[in-house]
Design a protein around this ligand. Structure first.
Ligand code: SF4
Length: 302
């Protein structure tokens, strides 16, 4: 009935969230508990935890929600948390998100480290983009991944938690399926002891739940969107899947789980190219020259 106030399926409080697949209604306390239970389960799957967990922290809603959840779980996950922020140097966007990131860390009492593209690569992303034809998100993704590794190594961090949520996984599954390149499912699987191990504690948490968690924690901030945002294919798939989820609740979850299932079943059947140490920088990568050096070099010689 229109205007009807639904109560939580677990208590008498007003519901703030409904899982449309199961029909479960949750109040703010039970939604928070439900998210934290799934985060805890993912973390505990790791077995023995190192003394520090680095959290890839852009300051956006997903990483803010993840940092808050991990900070709230500190009694159950008694490790030192360090928020790791990469400042790519994006004018009109990064200043505000970094200041929000600083504020969130202060509120949560979490240590915060920031590394900039300028200090590692000698240029900001804005400057790099003036001299390359490659897509900004591709360049940014390659350089940011390395920047995070550099920062983690500097801080002695061996485990990095990222804020990728269930919706991100579902979109990636569909994008990989559309490309018909099974190796993409295993992208980034090449192993090197120099890289910190990565985990995705929000893999079973939807984008809607992550946003709501950040809002309920009082940490949500309507930040500007990156001016380079707009991966056309991901954007279209995102819209399509949101529509599909609306009409067929549970689609997003199933798709996200399908990728994990494919990865588990094909792990021994797909040949993963071993990594080699880059001739220029010494970091592990595929080929004699790693992607970062190829990118920076191409940029220099262009
Ligand atoms: Fe980088 Fe693209 Fe994200 Fe902007 S939208 S921060 S360029 S990956």
């Amino acid at each position: 009935m229109a205007g009807e106030v639904r109560t939580c399926s677990s208590c008498a409080e007003k519901a703030v969230f409904v899982d449309r697949e199961s029909g479960t209604h949750l109040c703010s306390r039970h939604l928070k508990e439900s998210v934290e239970t799934r985060v805890l389960a993912r973390i505990l799957q790791e077995g023995q935890l190192p003394g520090i967990i680095g959290v890839a922290f852009s300051g956006g809603k997903d990483s803010t929600a993840l940092l808050a959840a991990l900070a709230n779980l500190k009694e159950k996950i008694p490790v030192r948390l360090i928020a790791l922020t990469v400042d790519e140097g994006i004018n009109g966007y990064r200043e505000e998100t970094i200041s929000h990131a600083r504020e969130v860390c202060t509120i949560l009492g979490v240590e915060h480290r920031i590394i900039t593209f300028s200090e590692i690569y000698g240029e900001t992303l804005d400057e790099i983009m003036r001299t390359t034809n490659r897509k900004a998100c591709t360049v940014c993704g390659i350089l940011r991944r390395r920047a995070l590794e550099v920062l983690a190594e500097k801080e002695g961090i061996r485990l990095i938690a990222t804020g990728h949520n269930q919706d991100d996984h579902a979109q990636t599954t569909l994008m990989n399926a559309l490309s018909a390149d099974i190796k993409k499912v295993f992208a980034g699987s090449g192993h090197s002891t120099r890289f910190a191990h990565r985990i995705k504690p929000f893999a079973a948490v939807s984008e809607r739940e992550a946003s709501l968690y950040a809002i309920l924690a009082g940490l949500f901030n309507d930040l500007p969107e990156c001016p380079y945002a707009g991966d056309a294919l991901r954007g279209e798939i995102r819209m399509l899947l949101n529509q599909f989820e609306q009409e067929h609740p549970g689609s997003m979850r199933n798709l996200a789980q399908a990728e994990e299932e494919i990865r588990t079943r094909l792990r021994d059947k797909v040949e993963i190219t071993p990594l080699e140490n880059c001739r220029i920088c010494g970091w592990p990568g595929s080929g004699e020259i790693c992607q970062v050096c190829s990118l920076i070099k191409k940029n220099e010689t262009r």
